[in-house]
Structure formats: C-alpha cells, structure tokens
Design a protein around this ligand. Structure first.
Ligand SMILES: NC(=O)c1ccc[n+]([C@@H]2O[C@H](COP(=O)([O-])OP(=O)(O)OC[C@H]3O[C@@H](n4cnc5c(N)ncnc54)[C@H](OP(=O)(O)O)[C@@H]3O)[C@@H](O)[C@H]2O)c1
Length: 297
C-alpha cells in the first residue's frame, strides 16, 4: 500500500474539517476538501484553501458536497475518483450542534439534524464503498463525539444523532473487515471550532414554560462546553496518526478530549461485551479484519 493516502473530507470549510485538510496535506496526503457551496457562502473558505495549496504546493482539491443531497455526494465522490483513481479514506466530519430542551425541538429540526449528522455519513459511505470494495482497502472514518457515548440534558437530539452514527460505524466495521476495509470512530470532547457559533437552538419555546430550573440547562451546558474547549489541532493530529496507522492495526474507537469523563471506560467495557456478543452469535471469525488481496471474495 502506498503510504500517501487519498482522503476525502466532508465539511472542510471551517473547524476540524479545515484542520484535517491542512494537516494531512502538509504530510503529503492528497486531500479532496469538500464543502457546501464553495462558489457562494463558502467562497472565502474555498479560496483560502486554494491559496494555501498554491503557496505551499499542497495536494488539496476543493470540491462541492452537501451531505444532505444524494446527487451532490455522488458527484463529489465521482470527481475525486476521476482525478485520483481511488479513495483510501473518507472522513465523515460534516455536522452541527443542536441544543434545547427536547420537547422544544420540532420534528422538522430533529429530521434536519439526523439528515446531516447521521444520513450524511450514510450517503458518503454508500458512495465510496463500491470503489473501496474494488480496491479491497479503505477507511471509513467517522467524527462522532463524546456525546455519542455520554448523554447531557439539552443535548438529546445531538446525542441521538451521534449514538446512531456510532451504531452504524461499528456495524460497518464488522461487515467490511473481511474485505480489508476499516471503519473507525473518533470521539472528540469539546474543542474550539465554529460549531458553537453555528449552533441551532430548539424552536418551540412555548413548550418550556413549566420546566422551571431545567430551562437553564441549554445555556449551562453550552456555556460549560465553550468555556472549557480545547485546541482543535489535537483532533487533527489524532486523525493524522489514525490515517497513518497501517491497515488492520487501527482501533475501532478513539476518544480525544481535553477532559476525561468516562468515555474510555465505556469504550473498554463495550469492547469486551461486543466481543462476547459476536462470539455468542458465531460471528467472531467472519468479522476479523483481512488485508487487501488476501480478503475473502
Ligand atoms: N467542536 C467540538 O467541540 C466537537 C466535539 C465533538 C464532535 N464534533 C463534531 O465535529 C464535526 C465538525 O464540527 P466542527 O466542530 O469542526 O464545527 P464547524 O467548524 O461548525 O464545522 C462543521 C462543518 O460541517 C459543515 N456542514 C454542515 N452541514 C453540512 C452539509 N449539509 N453538507 C456539508 N457540510 C456541512 C459546515 O459547513 P458550512 O460552512 O457550509 O456550514 C462546516 O464545514 C461535527 O460532526 C461535530 O458534530 C465537534
């Protein structure tokens, strides 16, 4: 396997996605930095990335991709494969934060959140997997969250979107291992990005009149998260290390956080329980990772 990877990243306009792009490209990996509307709302972000690529001779290609749109995802993936001939790593990063008491979140707000944070990776994975299966190698990398393992009040729908992503990503890891394809989950704690400025708040406040002290949960949680946020480069450095870890040697989950609140313990325990569950269903051998050409046909 070529040690320089071809990486497609969603949500590369700001935050983690932008840092992943710069960090991976500076190490010689070819990056397809995808974003919504690079000719319009993200024109400044797209041109900054292109200027950086030009200045430092980095292998960065900006492509349009809205992860809520099947056709947009397919076009972006097809363009990357047409240019590079392969995709080694797909980083499902696009996502946003929604906060508020759960009863005040409308079904339309919940639907939109799931469409981005959960169905976005579904669309991207479905688009890249035929190529990865042809290659008999590849990595689906999912940016989940500590909120994909631990629940806080006023964050229920965001947690639900990340819990759903965790379940899917773990299932992919079992189903694809026999074809030499890995599925990896990164669980960041709170980090300084554009996420808190782009937060969506629950729209139907008429539901919250009787909640008393609980009405303060959204502000309390968001305040605590943003005031303790770490340097997002830590997550980009972790993603670089994961991308450069040889096939078959990656962990399923990586918790990266300025503070530990039990996620590592949950991950260690569920690893044991999952292993027992697979064994109980007679699935242990068939869910083991098989490298590239040795993989079962
Ligand atoms: N920062 C944290 O503390 C933290 C912690 C745990 C997990 N995360 C996760 O990390 C990921 C990246 O977030 P971030 O913190 O880097 O925040 P961010 O700076 O706000 O970046 C979010 C990115 O997602 C993009 N995006 C949103 N909807 C999209 C769509 N429909 N199609 C394509 N792109 C879309 C945004 O693009 P636009 O510019 O077009 O809006 C932006 O590029 C998210 O999945 C988030 O849940 C963040």
């Amino acid at each position: 396997m070529n040690s320089k990877q071809v990486v497609l990243i969603t949500g590369s306009s700001t935050g983690f996605g932008r840092l992943f792009t710069e960090t991976l490209a500076r190490k010689g990996h070819t990056v397809f930095a995808t974003m919504r509307d690079p000719g319009g709302r993200n024109a400044k972000n797209a041109s900054e990335l292109r200027a950086l690529a030009e200045k430092e001779s980095l292998p960065i290609h900006v492509l349009e991709m809205d992860v809520t749109d099947d056709a947009s995802v397919e076009r972006g993936v097809d363009a990357a494969i047409a240019k590079a001939g392969r995709i080694d790593v797909a980083i499902n990063n696009a996502g946003y934060y929604l906060t508020g008491l759960e009863e005040a979140v409308t079904t339309e707000q919940a639907r939109r959140l799931m469409d981005t944070n959960f169905l976005g990776p579904v669309r991207v994975n479905r688009a890249v997997l035929p190529q990865m299966r042809r290659q008999r190698s590849g990595v689906l990398l999912h940016i989940s969250s500590a909120a994909g393992r631990v629940v806080l009040p006023a964050v229920g729908f965001y947690c639900a979107s990340k819990f759903a992503l965790e379940a899917l990503a773990e299932t992919y890891s079992y189903e694809l291992a026999g074809q030499g394809i890995e599925s990896v989950i990164v669980e960041p704690g709170q980090y300084e990005t554009a996420i808190f400025g782009a937060t969506v708040t629950a729209a139907d406040l008429s539901r919250t009149d009787t909640y008393g002290a609980a009405k303060g949960f959204p502000a309390k949680v968001s305040g605590a998260l943003s005031s303790t946020a770490g340097n997002a480069q830590e997550v980009a450095d972790a993603v670089l290390r994961i991308v450069e870890t040889p096939a078959g040697e990656k962990q399923l989950r990586y918790f990266v956080s300025p503070a530990n609140f039990g996620v590592e313990e949950i991950n260690a325990l569920t690893k044991q329980i999952q292993a027992k569950a697979l064994e109980a269903f007679g699935l242990t051998a068939d869910t083991k990772f098989l490298k590239g050409k040795a993989a079962a046909v």
